[in-house]
Design a binder for this molecule. Structure first.
Ligand code: NAD
Length: 504
């Protein structure tokens, strides 16, 4: 993703005021703000109007090495810290985030363009919840001993070592905290590499964690581009876990690097999830759920972007859907009334538009939208629904990651065909089905290939549930104790009975 940007002068200021909030944009390594070893920075722009927000430390191999070294140095003491104390510190960090929700929300909106009201009321409170949940879950982990043939087996959840966490730009701090919380709770130290398009809230979070009392080196934040800062991190022999959320091509590169040291990876990747609407569904509910897919300008990995409707329900569904689309308010994400904000970056808008133009050239029809929102300009893209699309076409098979849905039908009463179309991509992140028949829901859900299936609902995510994708949507599951499975090395200690002698 790194453009060939000229390196700014070594003495670039590393502090910025974004939406009235001061942010120090150097790396956070070993409990200190440090510039890049090279002195280089890059410019972070706002998706709201393209204005430069801040100069960010541009990490490279030397900085990555320093960040992993700091995490390694801090690891033994943090791993040996009593779980109750680790949990207390995570709750203290959660308190710090809670106190700064407004600052974090306004900065995140300036940086990634998602709705301010959802950052204030949904996303940042969820960051707090992520931290508290895994702090509490740590204390509830089972350490039950069991005895076989007189020998006691003690299973312990040992921290694995320094973990590298790499996150995308669509939900920056939410996704970072969903990894940081279980990694730290488990007793690992962390190097976080936030996405280069949204570096700011990670810098704020580092300061909050420090003020809450997190020891130096336990959490490190390395800023920079993927190929320059992320690549050396994931290849570092000192790293024992890699948790990555992002695109499939990047996951392949990370997996190849991790193979060098056999480092376990958790991958949460892209999707092309179906929304199945059966003729027995409540059409209002089906339309509500379909329009929800435009949230965050469609930049949601879980978005159900392929609408599959039973033939006889098509017209009713479409009528309700278009009614709702007409009521959507595109605009400035800082306004309470806005429903659809801008996409993240001009290059991303170009990519989204490329998918749509190629689909239209291939014969698709735009029932609504179909291009940029010229009235608003900038990164605004019209909520789009395309019909007349072939199952094997690019627009049906590839993740667009924008406000672009397709509509296909399946023959009345043909559940097999509905499932065949739903499952016919290389992804398997999620699936949503809308039906009034609970027996059908059970039957169809059992046949779908997806990490999460929602029936008559969407985006309900409980932290106790496993989360992840099948096929090319990911490897592994996080959430609940599955997170601890990943971040820990389970150890079984077998102790002989008192007075037992092997030959006695
Ligand atoms: P991306 O893969 O381009 O980048 C993600 C992160 O990887 C960034 O921090 C980037 O700097 C870093 N990176 C890039 N190259 C790297 C390398 N060689 N080594 C190490 N790190 C490197 O993805 P993106 O465009 O930022 O995010 C969009 C993608 O993320 C979409 O495919 C979306 O579906 C996916 N996503 C998945 C989930 C999920 O939970 N499954 C959630 C959100 C987003």
């Amino acid at each position: 993703m790194a453009p060939p940007a000229p390196a700014p002068p070594a003495n670039s200021p590393h502090t910025a005021t974004v939406a009235g909030v001061p942010v120090d944009t150097r790396h956070w390594i070993g409990g200190r703000r440090v510039p890049s070893a090279s002195g280089a920075t890059f410019t972070d722009h706002s998706p709201l109007d393209g204005t430069p927000l801040a100069e960010i430390a541009r990490g490279g191999a030397d900085d990555a090495r320093a960040a992993v070294a700091a995490a390694r140095e801090a690891f033994p003491a943090w791993a040996a810290t009593a779980p109750a104390e680790r949990a207390r510190l995570l709750h203290a960090v959660a308190d710090g985030v809670q106190a700064r929700i407004e600052d974090l929300a306004v900065v995140e909106t300036a940086d990634n363009g998602a709705l301010l009201r959802s950052h204030r009321r949904g996303v940042m409170p969820r960051v707090v919840h992520n931290l508290r949940y895994f702090a509490d879950r740590l204390l509830a982990l089972s350490h039950d001993d069991f005895v076989t043939r007189g020998h006691t087996h003690h299973v312990s959840w040992d921290p694995a070592g320094p973990a590298v966490l790499i996150t995308p730009w669509n939900a920056p701090l939410m996704l970072a905290s969903w990894k940081i919380a279980p990694a730290l709770a488990a007793g690992n130290t962390v190097v976080l590499k936030p996405a280069e398009w949204t570096p700011l809230t990670a810098s704020l979070f580092a300061g909050i964690a420090h003020e809450a009392g997190l020891p130096a080196g336990v959490l490190n934040v390395l800023q920079g581009y993927g190929p320059e800062a992320g690549a050396p991190l994931v290849a570092d022999p000192g790293v024992r876990r890699i948790s990555f959320t992002g695109s499939v091509p990047t996951a392949r590169r990370i997996a190849a690097a991790a193979a060098g040291h056999l480092v376990p990876c958790s991958f949460e990747l892209g999707g092309k999830s179906p929304l199945l609407v059966f003729a027995d569904a409540d059409p209002e509910l089906a339309a509500d759920l379909a329009v929800e897919q435009y949230d965050n300008a469609g930049q949601v990995c879980l978005a159900a972007t392929r609408i599959l409707v039973e033939e006889s329900a098509r017209d009713a569904f479409l009528g309700h859907f278009l009614d709702r689309v007409r009521k959507l308010t595109p605009g400035d994400p800082r306004d309470e009334a806005t429903d659809v904000g801008p996409a993240i970056h001009p290059r991303h808008v170009e990519r989204v538009d490329g998918f749509v133009r190629r689909a239209l050239d291939a014969g698709a029809k735009a029932v609504t939208g179909g291009g940029r929102n010229h009235a608003l300009g900038g990164n605004h893209y019209l909520p789009t629904l395309l019909t007349d699309v072939a199952q094997d076409s690019e627009i049906v098979q590839e993740e667009v990651f924008g406000p672009v849905l397709t509509l296909q039908t399946f023959p009345d009463g043909d559940e097999d065909e509905a499932v065949r179309l739903a499952d016919d991509t290389r992804f398997g992140l999620a699936a949503t089905l809308v039906t009034g028949d609970r027996e059908r829901a059970r039957r169809v859900a059992a046949r779908l290939v997806a990490g999460t299936v929602w029936v008559n609902c969407f985006f309900v995510r409980d932290l106790s549930a496993p989360f992840g994708g099948s096929r090319e949507s990911g490897i592994g599951r996080e959430g609940g104790d599955w997170s601890f499975d990943f971040y820990c090395d389970l150890k079984n200690t077998v102790t002989a009975p008192e007075g037992w002698a092997r030959h006695g």
